[in-house]
Design a protein. Structure first.
Lengths: 395, 419, 275
């Protein structure tokens, strides 16, 4: 038997040029060889060209002096290129960290508006979405910054100071912020205690609901607990948790936190633009929930709010995560448009660095590396959430 | 008998005390208003609130458009700067030639639209139809109102005529001609490109304004299409050595912003040419980078299309004894590409918007032209910025909105996502 | 014409029907004789299409009415109107003394009294079986969690799947999902149960377990309206069978009368096609 089988296998074996298994690998190796050759040619061209122009081929330029100042950072003029890149990276993060939550909230609001049964509310949502997503983000950035912010903010001499704690001027918008004299550790400590209090209160409310069936209203109780704990903390710490009001300090905004107009313009424009895309995702996700789910809710007499809270939104959220993550990525990448209005984020740093006779090629590698870390980070978080929320089904 | 009970009692004693709802077709405008605007207290409050806000915005916008805005920045700008750039005269391309190119392009677009429209979709509601036509029409009228002579208006109407002509031609064409329609369209696209560039591609370096935007966007999507298809197939293939190459390319490009690629085109790509080779001008370099950029996104769109083809199709192909290559070419790709057309249009719209980034690398597409115009002596420092951006925004909006609506319509027609 | 003793189930047998005949009147309640659901001259229009034409039907307390008929005859629309998933165009619908008007309070009141079981289950896929069942009792009836869960477990015992309580619906078979859906509807302690083709989406081997659950529910005295194609169920469990065609109730009668001696031509034609 064994002999017969071997004979069969040998006789069935085709010549190598007809063998699927061999040809698959030949084909793949040829493709890989071509790709590697092309990339190698590009790399060797680049190194020889750089050498011919007398430019460095390594990454030593990162330790040279950057020789430009970054607004809002003292002694940034003496930064090395490396430090400048990191400062720019932090400025990029500032846009993302504020922009992502804001555009999500605004997008959800407008997405729900587009599903309203009121004609005018629906119309307002539609107008918003169609207006913002059909015009380039860069144009919105120019419009918010050049047209709205720069032309409407008063010069520092005529600044507007609402409540005596804010400063609105074309050299920056000052808002009350952490007192620089207060210990940051004390502040973080008390915020931490307040957070624990919020968690405790909502757990208590939930147990009350479970035991009696009364509504929990944990949001309301939670906010109250947060405020109460921080007020007590402020009293205990001798008023050092109170926020420092913004005021005009000579030729600039001092005290509090000064938000520079380019940051304001970039963030507002990106939030408005991205929210129009988020709104469409939210609307699509809610509409993707089968009608039967709504009918089942109606059949057990849930109210509209309860229907959204317990059934529709939890399911829509699962559908939304991948496209939402891609919009957050877009916002991250679009933050590079700050370069067009001189907001010193990381792409601006590249532009300034490359103007200073540094090898643009290597500086670009650094720039792309920073963006890849952001993109991978966001994708990773989205994948984790997605995996946790995915539903098991019978195959 | 129980079955005629209903009919009899309904005539004897019409019990219409129960809710009569407008679904029955009765009630007319009042019922529609009540159901959409004043159903209950909460609804009425929302109506008044949003009515006030919308009315305020509408009034302000209309007042700006017709009263306060100083549109001389556009029509004295001059308008031709926004449309073709400031150096277009130096190319020696006559406007007749340019319009001929536009007409050929519109005709080709008409053929494509006619082919897509062949399958009748669900009927559109009147309001949807009004929104689809009204918005772009308003935009076009606004843009044309900036022209000083009637000629551009007539030429624009002519362009729409060619569009309709093309769609009619697509419906009429039969036989051998129809089988080669793909090739014919490709030839027409080439002819159009030839007319527009005056049969000398190096003229592109002198293009600006809307013309530059459109040329870069069309070149980008056209050139990136083959890259995208190959990369999508590679990513879905079963070749363990090739898949990582496709994944690496797609994810690397999608992980970085376009501006970093454009910077690469301007500052770095020159270094990668062999020593002594002539390096192309800034616009072709930008087109190269935009093509690479768009390729990754097109690949993801096509991958989505490939995933939409049921695996039973491939199995049926195998059962017929077709080779893997034939299955891909004759069965999978045609269905996948058909399903990805709406998303491809969406990708083209994104690309069109992304071309605005060329201003950052100093090219004079529409946003870049604004700086040129605002720097002219008669306009400088007189607060003309809002009008200039409003106009460019209107041009973008008209283009993107009409295309996105067309894509939506096509999506429902093709039934993508419904099967 | 025979007397009422020919009715197969005791609940109807003990009740004198007005005609005293198996060929019964749609507007006279069966069951205990008190009306639970009263439909009078109900019309339903979808645009120009009239889905229901002058429906008159009274369902008595503890009565089981099975509605049969060809597809598109308005059976589902009829029971969907009863808990206002569809708004009827004209006529009156009274559920346990509450008239269904546009008043949201009346609608919610009627829905609390009517449990509904759908053809496609419509379980909430992101909640466990137990959470599916307790959602209504906890959020609408405001019951404490422990009590709601204990009652839910009793219901799961009744439909014979207590061991599935902590699973997500996606992990259950179709028949189990439909039994969860029945338990979910019962958890609201409704006075009426509406079944909209509960077995149509099931594999054949799972039909019986769902029908068994429904039968034991009927035997416990629940008022039920069941739209189904299961003629065996209609014969065994129904107090009355209503045949619908083209949006009208063509014929109403006891199962015995209905399957052995139908009066109307349309009924005969339908029965000859399916039996």
């Amino acid at each position: 038997m064994a002999v017969a089988r071997t004979d069969l296998a040998r006789s069935a074996r085709p010549p190598w040029y007809r063998d699927v298994r061999v040809m698959r690998w030949v084909f793949q190796l040829v493709v890989v060889a071509v790709v590697v050759t092309v990339l190698w040619r590009l790399y060797s061209n680049a190194t020889s060209n750089l050498r011919a122009s007398g430019l460095p081929t390594g990454f030593d330029f990162l330790d040279r002096k950057s020789r430009f100042a970054i607004p809002g950072l003292q002694d940034s003029a003496s930064f090395t290129v490396r430090q400048a890149f990191i400062a720019g990276y932090l400025n990029t993060l500032r846009v993302i960290v504020v922009g992502i939550p804001l555009c999500t909230v605004l997008g959800i609001l407008i997405g729900i508006m587009r599903l309203s049964d009121n004609l005018l509310v629906r119309a307002a949502g539609t107008i918003y979405v169609e207006l913002f997503r059909n015009v380039p983000a860069l144009l919105w950035i120019f419009i918010t910054y050049l047209v709205i912010i720069l032309q409407n903010l008063p010069p520092l001499s005529d600044e507007v100071t609402p409540f005596g704690a804010f400063v609105i001027s074309n050299r920056g918008v000052g808002i009350p912020w952490l007192n620089p004299d207060a210990s940051v550790l004390t502040f973080i400590g008390f915020v931490g205690v307040a957070m624990v209090a919020v968690v405790g209160v909502s757990l208590w409310r939930r147990s009350v609901t479970d035991a009696t069936g009364r509504p929990s209203r944990s949001g309301l109780y939670g906010i109250a607990a947060f405020v109460v704990v921080l007020a007590i903390g402020n009293f205990v710490a001798g008023n050092s948790l109170a926020l420092d009001p913004a005021k005009v300090n000579g030729r600039q905004v001092g005290g509090g936190l000064n938000i520079f107009p380019p940051y304001l313009g970039l963030t507002i424009a990106l939030v408005l633009y991205t929210a129009s895309h988020v709104a469409e995702i939210v609307r699509g996700a809610i509409q993707a929930i089968e009608r039967g789910q709504t009918e089942a809710c109606q059949a057990i007499a849930l109210t509209t709010f309860q229907r959204y809270r317990y059934v529709i939104l939890p399911q829509a959220f699962r559908i939304m995560i991948p496209p939402l993550a891609s919009q957050f990525l877009n916002l991250t990448k679009n933050s590079s448009l700050g370069v067009a209005i001189s907001y010193v984020e990381i792409a601006s740093i590249f532009q300034r660095v490359s103007n200073n006779a540094t090898p643009a090629l290597q500086a670009l590698v650094v720039l792309m590396f920073f963006y890849l870390t952001l993109s991978l980070g966001i994708s990773l978080i989205a994948n984790l959430i997605n995996r946790r929320l995915s539903l098991e089904t019978r195959a | 008998m129980s079955d005629d009970f209903g009919a009899v009692s309904a005539q004897e004693e019409p019990l219409y005390g129960a809710p009569r709802l407008p679904e029955g077709g009765t009630g007319g405008v009042r019922a529609i208003l009540r159901d959409n605007l004043f159903k209950d207290l909460k609804n009425s409050i929302l109506t008044l609130l949003f009515g006030a806000v919308l009315a305020f915005i509408a009034l302000r916008t209309l007042r700006y458009l017709f009263v306060t805005a100083r549109w001389e920045i556009i029509y004295d700008g001059p308008l031709s700067f926004y449309m073709v750039g400031k150096d277009f005269g130096r190319t020696g391309i006559s406007y007749e030639m340019l319009w001929a190119g536009i007409y050929v392009a519109m005709f080709t677009g008409g053929i494509a639209a006619g082919l897509g429209n062949r399958s009748a979709g669900p009927a559109m509601s009147l309001s949807a139809r009004a929104a689809m036509i009204g918005g772009p029409l308003f935009g076009v009228v606004f843009i044309l109102s900036m022209t000083r002579t009637i000629t551009p208006t007539i030429l624009t109407v002519g362009a729409v005529g060619f569009l309709l002509l093309g769609s009619q031609a697509a419906r009429r064409v039969r036989g051998a001609l129809k089988r080669r329609l793909g090739l014919i369209m490709l030839a027409l696209v080439g002819l159009s490109f030839g007319f527009i560039t005056g049969f000398d591609p190096s003229n592109i370096d002198l293009f600006g304004g809307l013309l530059l935007t459109l040329v870069v966007a069309f070149a980008g999507i056209g050139l990136s299409f083959p890259i995208g298809v190959v990369m999508a197939l590679a990513r879905r293939s079963s070749f363990p050595l090739i898949r990582p190459i496709a994944v690496g390319y797609i994810e690397l490009i999608r992980g970085v912003p376009l501006i970093s690629l454009l910077f690469m085109g301007q500052f770095a790509i020159g270094f990668m040419f062999p020593p002594g080779a002539s390096i192309p001008g800034p616009i072709p370099r930008a087109i190269i980078m935009i093509t690479l950029f768009s390729g990754a996104y097109v690949a993801e769109v096509v991958r989505g299309g490939l995933q939409s083809v049921p695996s039973g199709q491939i199995e049926a192909g195998k059962a017929l004894g077709l080779s893997p290559l034939t299955i891909t070419r004759e069965i999978v790709l045609p269905q996948a590409l058909r399903n990805s057309i709406p998303a491809l249009i969406g990708q083209f719209i994104s690309l069109l918007k992304d071309v605005s980034l060329l201003v950052i690398i100093g090219l004079q597409e529409m946003l870049g032209i604004i700086d040129v115009v605002l720097a002219r002596r008669e306009f400088t420092n007189q607060g003309y910025t809002p009008e200039a951006y409003a106009f460019v925004g209107a041009v973008y909006w008209t283009l993107c909105f009409s295309m996105s609506r067309a894509a939506q319509r096509l999506e429902t027609r093709l039934g993508v996502g419904t099967r | 014409m025979t007397d009422e003793t020919s009715n197969p189930t005791p609940s109807t047998a003990s009740t004198p029907t007005s005609s005293g005949a198996v060929m019964s009147d749609a507007t006279v309640a069966g069951g205990t004789g008190e009306p639970m659901i009263t439909l009078t001259d109900v019309d339903k229009l979808f645009g120009d299409f009239q889905a229901l034409k002058g429906i008159n039907l009274v369902v008595g307390k503890q009565e089981v009415v099975v509605v049969i008929g060809p597809s598109g005859s308005g059976k589902s629309t009829l029971i969907r109107c009863v808990n206002h998933l569809e708004k009827h165009t004209s006529g009156t619908i009274i559920v346990d003394g509450t008239e269904l008007t546009a008043d949201i309070r009346n609608i919610q009141e009627c829905r609390r009294e009517c449990g509904m079981v759908f053809q496609s289950f419509n379980l909430f896929p992101h909640m466990t079986v137990l959470d599916n069942i307790t959602l209504g009792p906890r959020r609408v009836r405001k019951k404490p969690k422990a009590q709601a869960e204990a009652e839910a477990m009793e219901l799961l015992e009744m439909v014979k799947i207590p061991e599935q309580a902590r699973k997500l619906p996606g992990a259950l078979s179709g028949g189990q999902q439909q039994r969860v859906a029945i338990a979910r509807a019962l958890a609201m302690q409704p006075k009426v149960m509406l079944f909209d083709e509960p077995t149509s989406a099931l594999d054949p081997e799972m039909v019986k377990e769902v029908l068994d659950a429904m039968q034991s529910l009927a035997e416990s005295g629940m008022t039920m309206i069941v739209v189904t194609h299961e003629m065996g169920f209609a014969r065994a469990v129904a107090d009355r069978v209503a045949f619908m065609a083209d949006g009208e109730i063509v014929e109403v009668g006891t199962p015995e009368h209905f399957f052995t001696n139908p009066q109307e031509e349309r009924t005969k034609l339908f029965l000859s096609q399916i039996l």
